[in-house]
Design a protein around this ligand. Structure first.
Ligand SMILES: [Zn+2]
Length: 691
């Protein structure tokens, strides 16, 4: 049934029950489900409100845009200054509007509200967002308004109706934990970022964050391990047999080539099998999907963790998957797993239902962590192909296959090890093959390379069998450096170290990329990222260590559990920060020198555009604090020679010179409506257009 649209914008003077959702689309879906499609829409301050009547009561449902309020420092701290920093740590925080229209809409509704139902996402941030809206209504004069909480893990008809029939109370501890995190991160980030930026006296911002900096430190540390890695040579002895079989000497790794050569000389004649070990092993499907597993798998199929979370949120709000932020890896008893499997096994998944239902008993896997807030991530409804974007389909497919796999029978692998003698030396042939794919028919997980050969099992090798030896080879190998992190391995490592939460990790990784501290699919630090960590480790190693962050994270868990109060935890963090800051202030001149020196080193290694007409030093391309690029003399700020540059397009420095041979011409290449355009100019002639 289509909704009935009211043309009037005047509110009827009837008391209403106000449902507060986190996003507009959720507010509309809740109204749709509860009213059976009989709702009307009115816009207040540009925000759609969904009205309906239920059991004789009038309801209104409003969707917010995440947090509608935020913390900030009082006016006097807006300008960055070093002497002010010691006061910023203990400065009271002020609450500022983040979504003014939503706040106005709530204020207009407030006089009519008799009861509020908070229906935001059920977790720390959601609880806080709900309470922000309640705060607006209370401040608008409704001090004693009744407040209820509606908790759901999926936006489906059954789940919304169930949640609506089982309203509970607001959990203040949950909201306080989010509030403390927000306050601490603001104070922490502002104090340290401002300190390093002001101490540097350069045009760069040196951003420091409570979770961001220890995470960046992991990446820098790994890069240094790779750089200082000295590969070790070692050797393997391999026998090439008839039928393309390859046997490896039992010892595996030889540290001296002489020893490997001696073994080769002793390996003469035919290869004779003297033992065959065979076994079958069952592999259980993976445990139910938590957020870390989800993000890591998404990254492994080429979707960044940040993008994957956004897509998962869309799928959740549209009613295709359950809530995507959870640490839970155990399906709750109440979840109708078979019902869900039947509902989603359509289209490409239809073929898997039989596999699941044919089991005598269906035993879903269990993971190590069980929480009560949300079930592990699972599909709730079938997503028809072509309805959403390809990326949405890929994420839905991943979640659905994974879910179906957790209900499926184990796979069965046959393993074989063939022991053979060549001369007096023992060689091994290892093989494995999939006998019964079980859950692996549904889900393919990328795994470490295996040395086990599938072909070999085709030959049914038995004891006493002999093979011709074509040749014996001594193969030189090198030990490999540790691998760079990928987004997948980084998000797992962050969880292991207690850095961030299920709701913040993807965001931290995004920030590291957008602030140009790291780059690449195999993540490596940029010069800037490296400089930040080197500075921090020289002057305040504690802020790049994961222990401190983990400790504060634990205190936030204690707020949630009602064991500590918010103010106590915030003030503790302030005390720690004050000590760190006092140490830093003693070294402010040293910090400044260090930053400028490492920056100079970076500049010297960057490409030169020419020679400064004033002081003869190299001219290079730099970025201003506001992100504008320009040409400057490397002796800045002592020498003030600069030239503006076009801001759009890619810049190439040409061999050809201008300005009396002092400056290289540049070529700017950009695309306009898909057409490649280029412009060759002399930087000293370029005049900035006023924008
Ligand atoms: Zn100069």
């Amino acid at each position: 049934m289509s909704p009935i649209f009211h043309e009037t914008t005047k509110l009827e003077q009837e008391p209403i029950v106000l449902i507060i959702a986190e996003k507009n689309i959720v507010a509309r879906r809740i109204a749709h489900i509860l009213s059976g499609g009989r709702y009307s829409v009115k816009k207040i301050c540009g925000i759609p409100i969904y009205f309906f009547t239920l059991n004789g009561e009038k309801y209104a449902s409003i969707g917010l845009k995440g947090h509608i309020m935020d913390y900030d420092f009082p006016q006097r701290f807006r300008k960055w200054s070093l002497p002010d920093l010691k006061d910023i740590i203990w400065s009271p925080l002020i609450v500022v509007a983040r979504e003014a229209k939503h706040i106005e809409a709530l204020k207009s509704l407030a006089p009519f509200v008799k009861r509020v139902i908070v229906a935001t996402d059920y977790d720390r941030e959601g609880e806080l967002i709900g309470l922000e809206a309640v705060h607006v209504i209370k401040k608008a004069g409704k001090r004693n308004v009744e407040i209820k909480r509606m908790k759901f893990s999926a936006i489906t008809r059954e789940e919304i109706l169930r949640a609506f029939r089982n309203l509970t109370e607001i959990n203040k501890g949950l909201a306080d934990a989010a509030d403390a995190r927000r306050a601490i991160d603001l104070i922490w980030g502002a104090t340290l970022t401002r300190f390093f930026t002001l101490a540097s006296n350069t045009s760069d911002v040196y951003s420091i964050g409570r979770v961001q900096t220890p995470t960046l430190a992991l990446i820098v540390k790994r890069e240094k391990e790779i750089e200082s890695f000295v590969p070790q040579k070692y050797w393997e002895v391999v026998a090439l047999l008839e039928n393309g079989l390859k046997a490896k000497h039992k010892k595996g790794r030889f540290d001296s080539i002489e020893e490997a050569q001696r073994v080769k000389l002793r390996s003469t004649g035919l290869a004779e099998v003297f033992r065959v070990e065979k076994s079958t092993r069952k592999r259980r499907p993976p445990h139910p999907m938590d957020t870390t597993t989800f993000l890591a798998l998404s990254a492994s199929i080429g979707i960044s963790v940040d993008r994957a979370m956004k897509i998962a949120e869309d799928l959740y709000r549209l009613g295709y998957i359950s809530y995507p932020r959870t640490d839970n890896t155990v399906y709750p008893e109440s979840l109708d797993l078979i019902g869900i499997a039947k509902r989603v096994c359509k289209g490409p998944y239809a073929q898997y239902l039989q596999l699941i239902l044919s089991q005598e008993t269906i035993t879903p896997t269990r993971g190590p962590k069980e929480t009560k807030d949300h079930p592990p991530i699972h599909p709730v409804e079938y997503l028809p192909i072509g309805k959403l974007s390809k990326e949405h389909e890929a994420i839905y497919d991943l979640i659905t296959r994974y879910f179906l796999a957790t209900l499926s029978p184990p796979s069965v692998w046959e393993h074989a090890i063939v022991h053979m003698k060549i001369g007096s030396e023992e060689y091994l042939l290892k093989g494995r093959r999939l006998v019964d794919p079980g859950w692996e028919r549904i889900l393919k997980l990328i795994e470490e390379e295996s040395e086990e050969d599938e072909e070999m099992l085709k030959f049914d090798i038995v004891k006493g069998q002999k093979f011709k030896v074509h040749s014996i080879k001594v193969v030189e190998k090198k030990t490999r450096p540790p691998k760079r992190y990928t987004q997948a391995s980084l998000v797992k490592e962050m969880e292991r170290l207690g850095l961030g939460t299920k709701s913040t990790r993807h965001e931290i990784i995004r920030k590291l990329f957008s602030r140009r501290y790291v780059e690449g699919k195999y993540i490596r630090p940029t010069n800037l990222g490296r400089t930040v960590i080197e500075l921090v480790e020289k002057f305040v190693p504690i802020i790049s260590s994961s222990e401190l962050t983990r400790k504060i994270e634990k205190e936030m868990d204690e707020i949630e559990a009602g064991k500590k109060c918010k103010e106590e935890v915030i003030n503790n963090a302030r005390r720690i920060l004050k000590e760190i800051f006092e140490d830093l202030m003693k070294n402010v001149a040293l910090v400044g020198n260090s930053i400028r020196e490492s920056k100079k080193k970076d500049l010297e290694s960057s490409k030169k555009v020419g020679i400064c007409p004033k002081c003869g030093a190299p001219l290079i391309i730099a970025k201003s604090r506001r992100g504008k690029r320009f040409i400057m003399c490397i002796n800045y700020p002592k020498c003030n020679v600069t030239y503006p540059l076009p801001q759009k397009g890619r810049i190439y420095i040409l061999k050809e010179t201008c300005a009396g041979g002092k400056i290289h011409k540049i070529k700017v290449v950009w695309r306009e409506k898909g057409v490649k355009k280029e412009w060759i100019l002399c930087p000293s002639d370029y005049k900035e257009k006023s924008e």
